[in-house]
Design a protein around this ligand. Sequence first.
Ligand code: FES
Length: 397
Amino acid sequence: MTTWNLSNMQRHVLICNGATCMGAGAEDVTQQIRDEIRAHKLDDKIHTSRTRCNGRCKDKCVVIDYPKGTWYSVQNEATARAIVHENVFEEQIIYSIEHGERIRGDHRIKGIDKYRNRKGKKSKAVLFVGHGSRLEAGNEEVRKFIDQMRPSIDASVLVETCFLEFASPNIEDGIQSCIELGADEIHVIPIILLHAGHSKLHIPAEIEEAKEQFPDIRFTYGQTIGIHDEIFGILKTRLTEIGFDVDGAHPQTAILLIGRGCSDDAAIQDFYTISNMLYEQLDVMTVEQAFMGVAEPTVEQGIQKCINRGAQKIVMLPYFLFTGILMERMGRMAQRFIEENPTVDISLAQYFGYHPKLQTVLLERLQQAIDGTSTGMQDLENFRKYVEEHGYEHHHH
Ligand code: FES
């Protein structure tokens, strides 16, 4: 490991590489500062470090210069380079130290107090975490779904929504707004079908980081939807909608259950379990499985398998919560399969969407988080162990 000789070092510049700052260009800021130092042969005198979140996300990108103790908010290359020469415009200064006193820049927000000594009733927030889609319609569906659920949640509980990737706010900002709105207790509930990397690592990483930042806030973590009885009700509704009689016998029909796909073996195993349970509840020739990516069989292979088994009718049944790029792709795939297989009756059912039973599951997950019966807390524990053993490179979406 690196061991620098720092005896000539005069300044230590900390460049925030927390999620919010990274999303606002902190990588470029890091490179620009380092480049300016190198260009002026100041490597000996100015040492730089990348840091995690410094707790001033609203001022992104944050750079801190010691021993002067000046905090900067950097939005462009000129400011990044000016830091090296200590001639940054006043407006870019968040905090400076004058006569031993910490002064906040005039137009900088005060921020929230680190420690709250509030007495009395705790104020609760639920923060729902959607996956997030490149297709804005998918994100809108998540927001609308949460709005619809609002009346079923105790009116005193604050309800916020955030996303893992592709949409804003991200989890870090979602947590921040709950706290700004006065929450002392935040229940983080993933809107995620299968328990895999996102729910095992990515969300716990954000919660653990937030716990460090906000030691007075209590966090709980809900479990994913997973294998839940209500799911079969949702799938049956989606089958009924396309004219499939879920109580009838369909000896020539194959159902192709199509998941997103992931590299987590346990999650894939759960998907197969769900598929088998669905088969037991229907009277069909077969329920086959396929994935839109990462895992196999692919959807093409799944369709082929159904055809090889002699299915006269194939129902493509998406195991997806909301719309998105993959749902659109699945629609185009279905069109193609229909054209290529004129003798087989192929149809595509709807994704879960605004199904009332999906609300039931998420409300149950929230209640478990509040009661302390959620397995999510174990996931946080597992994540901490995982970090001890393997380390964890924080991913920024
Ligand atoms: S991510 Fe930089 S201050 Fe929070």
